[in-house]
Write a protein that binds this ligand. Structure first.
Ligand SMILES: Cc1cc2nc3c(=O)[nH]c(=O)nc-3n(C[C@H](O)[C@H](O)[C@H](O)COP(=O)(O)OP(=O)(O)OC[C@H]3O[C@@H](n4cnc5c(N)ncnc54)[C@H](O)[C@@H]3O)c2cc1C
Ligand code: FES
Length: 404
């Protein structure tokens, strides 16, 4: 099933979405999405909670032996956490912040860690900051995501990252991994925050610098604090970014770029890199939110009333090798995810907003309209993958497969 079976619906916020979509479309990355196991929740015990800043914590989960293989991950991937808050299920994605093989020993990691920054007024991050304690148990989904290095060989490679705020989390894992995997790799990290008090992983970054003094170049840019170098003091706008690319990280020397932060910064960097002639295939980025404001908690699995003689679309899906089908009234205009959840509550999803990619499935038959896509890369669209949380069937029957 190719991409012409997938249409994007026009709607509010399209200009921004098109920009993101265009950005994604021009950043084709070869290779399949790294999905070792299908996304599935497991209950894990909190082994440690450590404050990073006043507004952020690192949470470490212990992995029982039988789950180590399932939670084996690549630097840059993320997990979804699930909790019931005020009687409502809340799912949020968090990037894994440690090098993928730290504490391993060949049989998968013994722990995994995420870093959660409190979003003012945010439901899950505020709850985690105040209510999550050592010994608590919480549902954690197996690692997902393609914000990972596609370099076949790290020897002599120069990887660069630009992060803002909590966007450092996947870059911590990536920097530590790239530097550890080869004696000749280099990593340049530009990390921007408001002030030094907001810098997550300040000590770990400086430890990393001590460990790799010549191979890690670390530049903290503070927007509301004066640093000795004027270039590192102030917001990263177009002109400051231009100078950073002239003086601190020369695009010609970089093999792969990782951008993680607010939409505006990611887009600014992408534009600047394109202006410098950087091949978009070497630039990967991850958005934590679409920047479109308030999040409506997804109504995934909401009940749908099927009237007699009402026209329906038939949705057939396979998950864990089991095929099921569900009829969806045309008038309900529901997503494939919503319909599937009505008959199979363990269908994978996290954000239900087109951002995290957890609900990805392969469209085998029929066609869909996809409202948002901030997660799938161009090659995945080409190969017929869809975000089921955003896909509405446009043919009488659609067949999707969650297992590939
Ligand atoms: C792939 C991926 C990886 C991620 N990795 C990380 C990570 O490593 N670390 C990290 O900290 N985050 C990460 N995130 C973001 C994270 O998933 C959450 O989105 C974030 O923690 C906020 O969740 P929340 O429930 O606290 O906020 P939400 O409740 O979702 O609120 C988000 C924002 O909307 C505002 N808002 C909510 N309700 C209203 C309302 N009624 N009126 C007005 N405004 C409102 C809140 O004030 C807040 O600013 C990641 C996201 C993705 C998709
Ligand atoms: S559940 Fe996050 S993209 Fe669909």
């Amino acid at each position: 099933m190719a991409r012409d079976a997938i249409r994007h619906a026009p709607g509010p916020g399209d200009a921004q979405r098109e920009r993101v979509a265009e950005a994604l479309l021009t950043s084709a990355v070869g290779g399949p999405r790294e999905r070792k196991h299908r996304a599935r929740f497991h209950t894990l015990r909190v082994a440690a909670v450590r404050p990073l800043t006043d507004a952020s914590i690192e949470v470490t989960f212990a992995l029982p032996e039988e789950l180590r293989d399932e939670f084996d991950y690549l630097a840059g991937q993320h997990v979804a956490l699930r909790a019931t808050l005020d009687g409502h299920e809340v799912r949020r994605s968090y990037s894994l912040c440690r090098a993928a093989d730290s504490g391993g020993g060949g049989d998968g990691p013994r722990t995994i860690s995420v870093a959660i920054k409190r979003d003012a007024g945010g439901r899950f991050s505020t709850w985690a900051q105040t209510e999550l304690h050592v010994g608590d148990e919480i549902d954690v989904m197996s690692p997902q995501g393609t914000f990972t290095s596609k370099l076949a060989d790290l020897d002599g490679a120069h990887v660069a990252g630009i992060a803002a705020g909590s966007g450092i989390t996947p870059l911590m894992a990536l920097a530590a991994t790239v530097l550890a995997r080869s004696d000749t790799s280099r990593f340049t990290l530009v990390y921007t925050n408001r002030s030094s008090l907001d810098v997550m992983f300040l000590d770990e970054l400086s430890d990393l610098k001590d460990r790799y003094p010549t191979r890690l170049a670390l530049h903290h840019v503070l927007s509301r604090e004066q640093r000795t170098a004027p270039l590192l003091s102030g917001r990263i706008d177009e002109s400051r970014l231009r100078r950073i690319l002239d003086e601190l990280v020369l695009p010609d020397t970089v093999d792969e770029w990782f951008l993680c932060g607010p939409y505006e910064l990611v887009q600014l960097c992408r534009d600047a890199l394109a202006d410098r002639g950087v091949d978009p295939a070497h630039v990967r980025y991850e958005l934590f939110t679409t920047g479109e404001g308030e999040r409506a908690e997804p109504a995934a699995g909401r009940p749908v009333v099927l009237g007699a003689d009402e026209p329906v679309r038939r949705i057939e899906f396979s998950l864990d090798g089991q095929s099921q089908s569900v009829d969806s009234p045309v008038s309900a205009n529901e997503t494939i995810l919503n319909a599937a959840l009505r008959v199979r509550p363990d269908v994978p999803f996290a954000c239900a907003g087109g951002v995290c990619g957890t609900c990805r499935a392969h469209l085998r038959e029929g066609s869909v309209t996809m409202t948002e896509n901030y997660a799938l890369e161009p090659d995945e669209l080409e190969r017929g993958y869809i975000l089921t949380c955003q896909s509405h069937p446009t043919t009488d029957t659609v067949v999707v497969d969650y297992d590939v």
